[in-house]
Design a protein around this ligand. Structure first.
Ligand code: C5P
Length: 240
């Protein structure tokens, strides 16, 4: 028998742009069909480990801790080790930290935090071709993305955060390596928001259904859900 996983059960809700009280009010009313939240650097620096345990223990949510760690191998490994007592299931590191850093991350994962899946961040979507050319003399960002994705494959990083537009580039690399990674995609808006030009500061977005069709395993959605007038209606839309 095959069981279908609801789209909302594969959508991580980004708890951004809220003070702690607003966040707790939101979590109080967050539908049960949405088990995942994403906590970013801002909330973690402001409220620390106690926020994570509260979200997990009191609100019974599964947690993606999006810290985007990026430093020398020893420092990142030590930093990850300090998170071993947290009930989180995904943590991000920058793939541009390089092979040695990614290997150190997997070593510490094995030793201390095997319950956590590491997600590699490729290029920040806030950087465009001009930025990449200015910073790294990179002319073709697709090639650079593929190089970073292959590094994630070779270092046995568990997954990647990428734009849904990059998903077609990944398929070939996965096939060549006979290995698939967990793919987590931000940059998502509902179809009516896209049609109405209501996409906020995101530049290129896809609808949830389009992103899942392209091969996303999980989506990250923030404002479309946290600022929705009718979140239950949006969850129904996500799942239909
Ligand atoms: O509100 P919105 O849906 O645009 O929020 C998207 C979330 O995904 C934010 O937490 C943002 O930091 C995160 N994100 C992103 N693009 C990336 C990586 C993360 O928008 N490349």
């Amino acid at each position: 028998m095959t069981t279908t996983v609801l789209n909302s059960a594969r959508t991580m809700v980004a708890l951004d742009n809220m003070d702690q009280n607003t966040m707790f009010e939101f979590l109080e009313t967050m539908p049960k069909e949405c088990p995942w939240v994403k906590v970013g650097l801002e909330q973690y620096l402001a409220h620390g480990k106690s926020l994570i345990t509260t979200i997990h223990d009191k609100y019974e949510k599964r947690i993606f801790l999006d810290l985007k760690l990026h430093d020398i191998p020893n420092t990142v490994a030590k930093a990850l080790g300090t998170l071993s007592d947290l009930p989180v299931e995904f943590i991000t590191v920058h793939l541009s930290g390089g092979r040695a850093m990614l290997e150190a991350v997997q070593k510490v994962r094995q030793e201390k935090i095997s319950h956590v899946n590491i997600l590699g961040v490729s290029f920040l979507t806030s950087l465009d071709e001009l930025d990449l050319s200015e910073m790294f003399l990179i002319e073709n960002s697709n090639l650079a993305f593929k190089a970073l994705f292959n590094l994630a494959l070779e270092t046995k990083t568990q997954g990647i955060v990428c734009s849904p537009f990059e998903l077609p580039l990944i398929k070939d690399c996965e096939k060549a390596n006979d290995r698939v990674l967990t793919k987590v995609c931000p940059g998502i808006r509902f179809q009516d928001e896209i049609s109405g030009g209501d996409i906020g500061d995101q530049k290129r977005v896809l609808s949830p259904h389009e992103a899942f069709d392209k091969g996303a395993d999980f989506l990250v959605m923030g404002r479309s859900l946290t600022q929705a007038k009718d979140i239950n209606g949006r969850i129904t839309q996500l799942n239909s």
